[in-house]
Design a protein around this ligand. Structure first.
Ligand code: ANZ
Length: 899
């Protein structure tokens, strides 16, 4: 008999070699066919080989790619290695080899595993993120971000992993534990590099809308970005204070914002002195300062404001005092002559000499308000005041030129001592019965009363000793806090309310302070109950069990009877007009921490010069190659092992040629994976990361396939880089992955996650060895259940898939044996195959792999049934067999090719 046994061990390597030799999966930009870019996440070649769980991802991608080719697409299906990062480095440290050697061993192994599965990759495009020819361009992108102001270095309290001895991004910390090592993350203050992803928050959020991604992943990204529209509301602090306001040249206390400000101050019960200064059309500085000093008794509670020419007068007044005042506010001020518009007579008669040290000694707090739209006073004047005095510089757009408007709400806000809170529920403003600040809030130092000081200090110290998770998890059960002894005024009803500190308020979000509305916020409710604070209902809520729901406003003065939704708009409008509030948008997302104090990453291409600060390595000196080191282990002192290589560290400044030092931090591996999908379009380009026409031809990725574990890291970072590249006109699209599909996991037969440490991994190699073959594994990976659901691997299932293929083999062998048929057409045969063509072609568009395979199995049964009666007599058999094998080909390519 010419019948041959189905022997995958023989046919699979044969076809793999032929496909490789004929380069049939290599593609180029062929405009004659529609393009399709099919991509699976490129893997970490870690020490453990791929198991059947990993293989599922690539099988799905491969079937999509093969189906695409067979339906007329020009398919780009590439593969590469995401080889930087901790897994490779830790593996290398553990096995006492260099990460380079480890990666080379592992990629060889992984590649051999992928090839033996019959995956149709264009291997001519293989990339390795640790190849200097690749990370050269990652460094190039770093510098692009740096030059755009989107990469910056800052001292920051960072997530420190005490086991891996490195800093982690927020995204790498899950419930306070390091995602990789599982260690409880500590906070440490270190200088770090960040990417300013927050600048793109709105676009990252808004553009999610049109993506064909699962709603679960989109929701995770939305929540991570966490856009929240609300209001910042100012609560004036109750304190002893008296105010002195000094007007400007040719002015009077009845002009500009003085009357409105005066009224505000008086409403809070504070005295205010607004003198008409002498000789206002042509004054000398001393006659005006002397006038103020002769007529007013300054105290330690005095707040002195100078507007325009009133500001040098105020400085002279402070200089002459013999004890300090509370606060000095300078509005559109200066301490030097020369203006932008014209010369003024006092420029000659004024003295411009100031004793800066004396002034600084005589005032507790200095605020300098600079109108960005001032056409009279140069912007540098405010800067030189800051240089001489310190203090806080606040830039703002004035209502009228030179801050001469009637209201100037920003001036009012910064003249009064306000506590600012962030709220999304300002419709509950009349229900505020206390304020809470985070224990880290700096205002605690200035407002805490003597009686409360020790209790507050103790609480603040305790909170600082707790990690974020401790604070959050304890906070779920119980709220703790301490009264500061201070009060503030609710601007809605002028009621005096206490200010507390409590650790359920986070310092890093909003303003680090909240208004307590215990009747309508559950956290505030628990807190108020515990400490006996007033609970005042201000909404008749639609569903009374739900704290957050909307309703009709009550107990809110003139606003009673409104709907809460409408009151939010109205009260904001009223508050903004009164200079009490400002509309703000807050985001939960923080900038992306990119630096790592580890060896195995792309060096950050920056040189630190004592004269020029952080300077970009010139483009023609890229790549900055990772040097060989003695020890790869982290030092634990917060510096990377590169810091121990003087030949690497010591260099010269590209700007001045003077001695300078290289940055020794490396980039997180997520930098390299933020653009790899673009490199595949033009992988060997040595003049640019990619040619624009090639990127524009192949991208965006049409089908991106991978697990759901990357919802907020890689998938957000890649979108961010893509948008920056679009803005730089490097590409013509704004989203990298049109369609994203997250496959379900394969678990061990006992239902546990496969892992090397549990010893329950199943590697495809051994199944192939046993004689089942890659085609059966591929069928099993997909027939095991819907592609996006978790499934348990089973040995019996494997056997079933093999028997299915064996039956296909036998049928076709038998058909080949039988020859010279003479029969006519067979409606039955045609029906069977047409039904299957329709089913498979339709289901494949929805990734219905398991149902497609089921249809093929059913069809096979039909074919067996029919051949039992007609014994291959019908003239339709050749086409039927060929069509069946074509439908099977994406799933079992080796067998289909052989048959
Ligand atoms: C009063 C209020 C009344 C609030 C009410 C809620 C319900 P999202 O949507 O997450 O932005 N909040 C503001 N800053 C905070 C901080 N640093 N730490 C803890 N909580 C903070 O939430 C905004 C709400 O979270 C704000 O609105 C504030 O409480 C609280 F019936 O203000 B709300």
């Amino acid at each position: 008999s010419r019948m041959q046994r189905y022997n995958p061990k023989e046919i699979e390597p044969k076809w793999q070699a032929k496909w490789e030799a004929d380069k049939i999966y290599q593609v180029s930009e062929d405009p004659a066919k529609p393009k399709k870019y099919v991509l699976e996440y490129f893997p970490y070649p870690s020490g453990a080989a791929m198991h059947v769980g990993h293989v599922r991802n690539y099988t799905i991608g491969d079937v999509v790619a093969r189906f695409g080719r067979m339906t007329g697409y020009n398919v780009l299906h590439p593969m590469g290695w995401d080889a930087f990062g901790l897994p490779a480095e830790n593996y290398a440290i553990k096995n006492h080899i260099s990460p380079r050697v480890a990666i080379d061993e592992n990629t060889t192994r992984f590649k051999q595993q992928l090839i033996q599965m019959g995956f149709s990759y264009d291997w001519s495009r293989e990339i390795d993120s640790t190849d200097p020819e690749y990370y050269r361009w990652t460094q190039w992108f770093f510098l692009m971000l740096f030059k755009k102001g989107l990469a910056y270095q800052q001292e920051a309290l960072v997530n420190w992993d005490p086991v891996d001895k490195t800093v982690l991004a927020n995204e790498q910390v899950i419930d306070g534990k390091a995602e990789r090592s599982g260690a409880t993350v500590e906070k440490k203050s270190l200088k770090q590099w960040f990417f300013k992803i927050t600048d793109y928050a709105d676009r990252l959020l808004d553009d999610l809308e049109d993506l064909d991604w699962s709603s679960a992943i989109k929701t995770m990204q939305r929540n991570w970005i966490g856009r929240s529209r609300g209001a910042e509301i100012n609560f004036p602090i109750v304190e002893e204070a008296d105010y002195v306001l000094l007007h400007g040249y040719t002015g009077s206390p009845e002009g500009t914002f003085f009357p409105v400000l005066r009224e505000k101050i008086e409403a809070l019960g504070h005295p205010v002195y607004t003198p008409q200064l002498p000789n206002t059309d042509n004054p000398t500085i001393m006659e005006q300062a002397k006038y103020v000093l002769d007529n007013y008794e300054f105290t330690e509670n005095s707040v002195l404001l100078g507007h325009s020419l009133g500001s040098p007068v105020a400085l002279k007044v402070v200089e002459a005092l013999d004890k300090p005042i509370k606060r000095l506010v300078i509005v559109a001020g200066f301490a030097q002559p020369k203006f932008l518009d014209k010369k003024r007579p006092f420029e000659e008669s004024f003295g411009w000499q100031f004793d800066w040290d004396k002034i600084k000694q005589n005032v507790g707090e200095i605020v300098i308000l600079r109108a960005e739209n001032d056409t009279r006073v140069p912007q540098e004047r405010s800067q030189s005041l800051v240089d001489n005095l310190g203090g806080t510089l606040i830039d703002f757009i004035a209502e009228k030129d030179h801050a001469c408007g009637k209201h100037e709400p920003i001036v009012i806000e910064h003249t009064l001592n306000n506590l600012k809170v962030f709220t999304t529920r300002h419709d509950t403003q009349f229900g505020v019965t206390f304020l809470v600040v985070a224990p880290e809030h700096p205002i605690i130092k200035t407002i805490t009363t003597a009686e409360q000081r020790s209790a507050v200090d103790e609480y603040v110290k305790q909170a600082a000793g707790k990690t974020d998770i401790e604070r959050q998890s304890e906070g779920e059960k119980e709220k703790t806090g301490v009264f500061t002894g201070a009060y503030a005024i609710n601007p809605a009803n002028n009621e005096k309310i206490p200010i507390w500190t409590a650790d359920y308020v986070l310092y890093g979000y909003g303003t680090g302070a909240v208004m307590g509305v215990p009747a309508h916020d559950d956290r505030d409710h628990i807190f108020a109950k515990k400490y006996g604070l007033e609970i005042r209902q201000v909404l008749e809520t639609d569903k009374d069990s739900d704290f957050h729901s909307e309703g009709v406003v009550i107990n809110s003065g003139k606003y009673n009877g409104m709907r809460s939704e409408a009151l939010r708009e109205k009260i904001l409008e009223d508050f903004v007009a009164a200079g009490v509030a400002r509309e703000v948008v807050n985001y939960k997302m923080r900038d992306w921490l990119i630096s790592r104090q580890r060896y195995w990453g792309a060096p950050i291409p920056i040189i630190h010069c004592p004269k020029h600060g952080a300077v970009a390595v010139p483009e023609d000196q890229l790549p900055v190659v990772l040097p060989e080191v003695e020890s790869y282990a982290p030092s634990g002192d917060g510096r990377s092992p590169l810091a121990n290589v003087p030949e690497f560290v010591n260099t010269t400044c590209p700007e001045c040629g003077g001695p300078a030092q290289r940055e020794t931090d490396t980039m997180d591996g997520f930098a390299c994976s933020s653009w790899y999908f673009l490199r595949f379009a033009d992988p060997h380009n040595d003049r640019a990361p990619f040619a624009r026409d090639k990127a524009d031809f192949w991208l965006p990725v049409d089908d991106y396939i991978g697990g759901a574990e990357h919802a907020v890291m890689h998938l957000l970072y890649a979108r961010f880089w893509t948008k920056v590249m679009y803005d730089e006109k490097l590409i013509n699209f704004q989203e990298p992955f049109t369609k994203l599909r997250n496959h379900g996991m394969i678990l061990a037969p006992n239902g546990l996650k496969m892992s090397k440490s549990k010893g329950n991994t199943i590697e495809p190699d051994s199944i192939i060895d046993q004689g089942y073959g890659a085609d059966s594994i591929r069928i099993m990976e997909l027939f095991i259940g819907p592609w996006n659901q978790t499934a348990n691997w089973s040995v019996e299932g494997m056997g079933g898939c093999f028997r299915f293929l064996q039956r296909v083999w036998t049928l076709v062998q038998e058909y080949n044996e039988h020859q010279g048929d003479s029969g006519g057409e067979s409606i039955e045969l045609r029906r069977a195959i047409h039904k299957t063509v329709k089913k498979v072609s339709g289901d494949m568009l929805e990734l219905g792999f398991n149902t497609s395979i089921a249809a093929l199995m059913e069809c096979l049964n039909e074919l067996y049934r029919i051949k039992a009666t007609d014994n291959y007599a019908s003239a339709d058999w050749p086409v039927i067999i060929a069509t069946f094998l074509q439908l099977l080909a994406p799933f079992a390519p080796h067998m289909s090719e052989e048959l």
